[in-house]
Design a binder for this molecule. Structure first.
Ligand code: COA
Length: 674
């Protein structure tokens, strides 16, 4: 059974959808508790010009909500994440009210009230009499299936669940639930809408607790059962191998004990093994340790805790996939991005191996009978792309890099996955070509994964080899007979730009820009960045010099003028259409990168080179200049590329590289000495 097809009726990348409705102009949030105002703040930040209503039946929470949202804006201004003008627009046009009639013209109403079915039904039946027939109405419940809330409504087709994660203004995932009563057009629109406004929505089935809360609630509940034998701080400490903060620390932060009791009671409809741990009812705040604080625990105790936590995690993961509640891609992604897991459950399984997973599950089955076990082979659960979404439009594979938590930065695994998809499809006559794009509206890719760089700093041979290894995707693209087009949907930086420029053609949205920020990190783009642009677009030579030596941005118009970008679109789905068209246009006529020597004029660098307020490394720049010149005068492309790998290895051994990379990872400004 292909779960993706069941949950996703058209595309898996939400921004490929051409929306059937415009963006909402008026939105209402019902419930001014914690999550309601947080959802409101996210919406107002993404769409400052909308009118937002925050409704509650009591005045006190409304006042608190207003304070909360003003506080968020103040902080954003302080941190320069928002401009003064934008901050003002966010705060303008928010109506805090106890009068439901205010919301009559809203296009979208999101309920975020208490988890109580009769209360929610009452709220929704009164909303239905106030708003227009076209208004989309959703609930932010984290556990109650849609049919129980909406079935009694006159017009349930426009209703569903949109489940946010705390803190809702920042956490990227939103579960959009598909259920039998809702019109699929509404699900698709919401899926598109959340992505358009900066979230990373996923579609899940209408099971109790949907997808991600099944993992979170049972993880916490199992931790509470472990208290029969171990203290909270030990359990949190062992859990930190897998999550950034242990379950008891998180429960304290979220005042979550009553929620786990409620949600696990609901899950008991699936069997008594889901029963909430009794201790959750008698404790308000757990005495536990700070995340990161080390605690001495014997190996035996550590293993006993670890096995049970992994047992419940794996059990829920198997069950979610086997029942089609969500996809492997979304479960693995959502656990990391919404629940704070360091790796997805399927990554943890891959790391420890099949035999160890089987041992843990056998033991877990003995200790906690009734919980779901794997129904498929280990390899079936492993067989998916962690970071790529693959769609198809007019016989063209659309590959989307989905890693929005790191602006789609390219890790080794992403490189391998891209190569795998290309190789799998290159000989399939039904596939006419490929488009590669980034997830969301902000970034095609913010470059190569900087976290990986320290490993090769100071080791010339290792750094050169790393550059060669990373180049496998680009070298494969050079030889492909089927076109690959980059659809640049936002910033294309560093290693991301090195993928885009190697595609056979490029299209973009109007908010795209291109930059090699490497010199601000004390390094250079080693996977063709110093070589390929000069050969493909000689008109841009002067701009490329400034990009490489001074980290100057290239605008989309400049890219168009030098022939680097074939078309500029107003929005994401328009860009994808252009990209697909471009694949068909260049099929059979792919322009290859020129092979021989090329002439480039002398490169001049200003005294005291700066990128904005940052003083750059002159030593680093001199290595870039040397690499560009040597690359241009190389007799063949492969020789030139090797010069690029060597250049990146040489610069990786400078003090500037050490300083630049450490500064980025420590979130500070670098100080280059020479
Ligand atoms: N590698 C790894 N992680 C990256 C990354 C990269 N190339 N680019 C961005 N990220 C991560 C950030 O570390 C941050 O993670 P965190 O939330 O865990 O701290 C997250 O993406 C969001 O980035 P942030 O810097 O908070 O967003 P911003 O909007 O303030 O700035 C950029 C965006 C792209 C300007 C900034 O992240 C940046 O300068 N990145 C490095 C770009 C670069 O030098 N690329 C060339 C490398 S080859």
């Amino acid at each position: 059974m292909d779960q993706k097809k069941n949950l996703y009726s058209s595309t898996i990348n939400p921004l490929l959808i051409a929306p059937t409705r415009p963006l909402p102009r008026e939105i209402a949030i019902i419930g001014a508790g914690t999550i309601g105002p947080d959802i409101g703040y996210y919406l107002k930040s993404a769409l400052p010009n909308i009118k937002l209503f925050i409704i509650d039946v009591v005045e006190e929470p409304l006042k608190k909500a207003e304070k909360r949202i003003s506080g968020y804006v103040e902080k954003a201004l302080e941190k320069r994440k928002m401009k003064e003008e934008q901050g003002k627009a966010v705060l303008d046009n928010i109506i805090y009210s106890m009068d439901y009639n205010e919301i009559k013209d809203c296009d979208l109403v999101i309920e975020a009230a208490t988890e109580n079915i009769p209360l929610k039904q009452k709220i929704f039946s009164s909303i239905e009499t106030i708003v227009g027939n076209n208004t989309i109405i959703t609930s932010n419940t984290s556990s109650i299936p849609a049919d129980r809330i909406f079935s009694a409504m006159k017009n349930p087709e426009r209703t569903t669940i949109t489940h946010f994660f705390a803190p809702a203004w920042r956490s990227l995932p939103v579960e959009v639930i598909t259920w039998e009563g809702v019109n699929k057009e509404v699900v698709e629109y919401l899926f598109w809408f959340f992505a358009r406004t900066g979230k990373a929505p996923i579609i899940t089935d209408n099971a109790i607790c949907f997808m991600l809360d099944r993992v979170f609630d049972n993880w916490c509940n199992e931790a509470a059962y472990l208290l029969d034998a171990f203290p909270t701080s030990w359990i949190d400490s062992v859990a930190e191998e897998f999550v950034f903060a242990g379950p008891f620390f998180v429960l304290n932060m979220a005042h979550g004990n009553p929620i786990i009791i409620e949600t696990n009671t609901l899950q008991m409809e699936e069997g008594p093994h889901y029963r909430p741990a009794p201790i959750l009812g008698s404790v308000e705040t757990w005495l536990t340790k700070r995340p990161g604080k080390k605690i001495e625990i014997s190996e035996d105790n550590k293993n006993a805790i670890r096995d049970r936590l992994l047992g419940i995690l794996f059990s829920q993961s198997f069950d979610i996939i086997d029942r089609g509640i969500g996809t492997k891609e979304d479960l693995n992604f959502g656990c990391q991005v919404a629940l704070g897991f360091k790796k997805g459950p399927f990554d943890i399984m891959r790391d420890i191996g099949e035999a160890e997973v089987n041992r843990i599950m056998k033991q877990f089955g003995g200790e906690r009978p009734g919980f779901p076990q794997a129904k498929r082979s280990f390899s079936e659960y492993q067989d998916f792309s962690r970071f790529l979404l693959v769609d198809e439009i007019e016989d063209v594979k659309i590959i989307t890099i989905r890693r929005p938590q790191a602006m789609n930065a390219i890790s080794d695994e992403i490189n391998n996955e891209i190569l795998k998809i290309l190789k799998e499809n290159i000989d399939d006559p039904a596939v006419k070509g490929f488009v590669i794009t980034g997830y969301g509206n902000a970034a095609f890719s913010a470059g190569a994964d900087i976290g990986k760089f320290p490993a090769t700093l100071g080791n010339k041979e290792a750094a050169a080899q790393y550059a060669r290894d990373c180049a496998d995707v680009q070298l494969f693209m050079d030889t492909m007979e089927k076109p690959i087009v980059a659809a640049v949907n936002g910033m294309a930086l560093g290693g991301g730009l090195e993928i885009a420029i190697r595609c056979h053609s490029m299209v973009s949205t109007k908010n795209a820009f291109f930059q090699f920020p490497e010199i601000t990190l004390g390094i250079l783009p080693g996977i063709g960045g110093c070589i390929v642009p000069y050969r493909k677009w000689p008109k841009g030579t002067q701009i490329f010099n400034e990009m490489l030596c001074l980290a100057r941005r290239m605008t989309v118009q400049e890219a168009y003028d030098i022939g680097m970008v074939a078309s500029i679109s107003g929005d994401y789905s328009g860009m994808i259409q252009e990209a697909v068209k471009e694949v068909h246009t260049i099929a059979g006529n792919i322009k290859r990168i020129p092979e021989g020597k090329i002439d480039i004029p002398e490169i001049t660098v200003p005294d005291n080179p700066m990128a904005g307020k940052l003083k750059l490394s002159e030593e680093g720049i001199s290595i870039i200049v040397k690499t560009v010149k040597a690359g241009a005068s190389a007799d063949s492309l492969s020789e030139a590329l090797e010069i690029g790998y060597q250049g990146s290895a040489e610069i990786a051994c400078t003090d500037g590289a050490k300083e630049g990379i450490s500064a980025f990872l420590e979130k500070r400004r670098p100080e280059f000495k020479k």
